[in-house]
Design a binder for this molecule. Sequence first.
Ligand code: F1P
Length: 350
Amino acid sequence: MQMEVKSIKTLAEIQNQPRVWENCFKSVSSKAPAELFGSHDPRNVTWLFVGCGTSYYLAQAAAASFTELLDTPALAVPASEIMLQPQLVFAGNRPVFPVLISRSGHTSEVLQVAEILRRRGTDFLAVTCDGRELEAMTPFVLKLPVHEESTVMTSSFTSMLLGLQYLAASVAGNQTFLDELQQLPPHLARLLKKYEGAVEKYAERSIEDFAVLGQGALYAIASEVALKLMESSSTYAQYFHTLEFRHGPKSIVGSETLVCALLSEANLALEMPVLLEMKELGSQIAAVVNEAPAVLREQADLLIELNLPVSELARLAVYVVWGQLLGSFRGLEKGLDPDNPRNLSRVVTI
Ligand code: F1P
């Protein structure tokens, strides 16, 4: 028995992102950077973004954003790596500024890392929505006004990512980028109206194997799209750097596979051929792209064309929304409840 779409909290939270983003920009624009970094110079540290699950992929997207916007080194690691392999993370004792990302602020691995940093005397920034223990463990807190009840993270992911991008652009004095971010909410509302139905329709196809592709910052988004498909529809999903897919993984491709490419503008000429080759091998193909060449309009089984008048990096958060929707609609089609995903809880405590 399929659930009524309008009763699904997760879908409502996905659809409500334009309004949530507007509130987040109001909140983050009221923060002075010094409140978040203390005496640390944000342009002269190595940034270390830390999270678990969706928040780890958020960490990867934030690291790529900080490197592009601040031209400073940034890396992302799962919290468990700091717990279990600290020597791989803190090599050479170079000064790092950690950013601990957790929607709940209650995830055990993140709290254990906060304790490790406190014992090392290392300041860190907490980025959270619920706050809980994490926000009490540091004076530097970016708390986004997002109240998300669903188990899987959707608006919390995009809001914390946009909040961090906004912060980096503020430090960089990049007013153009700040203005571009503020343009996103009405564009997302436009795109949801245009494409939500197409995604819901496509979810009726019995696809049992997803491969999501992306390069650069879009690789982090591809990882998160795959996780949404796994979490919300209990379907097997993998993620790869786009051009890497030729180097072996393409052997999985067949009529039951969907290869979904998050295509950049700068490297479209190199990325799109990978997707078209998979079509020739018999796969279903989907693309999220800012402007679609004619061949993609003809060949894609699902096409989301963004037409966003902003720079590539400012488009990042919008790419993930279609994976959020596809995961929930595919789950519903399989008779599952996206609000109560199989085997999952809202927070992992160990
Ligand atoms: C992290 C997380 C989510 C996952 C599930 C369980 O939560 O692993 O990524 O989707 O909700 O918790 P948090 O540390 O960001 O609260």
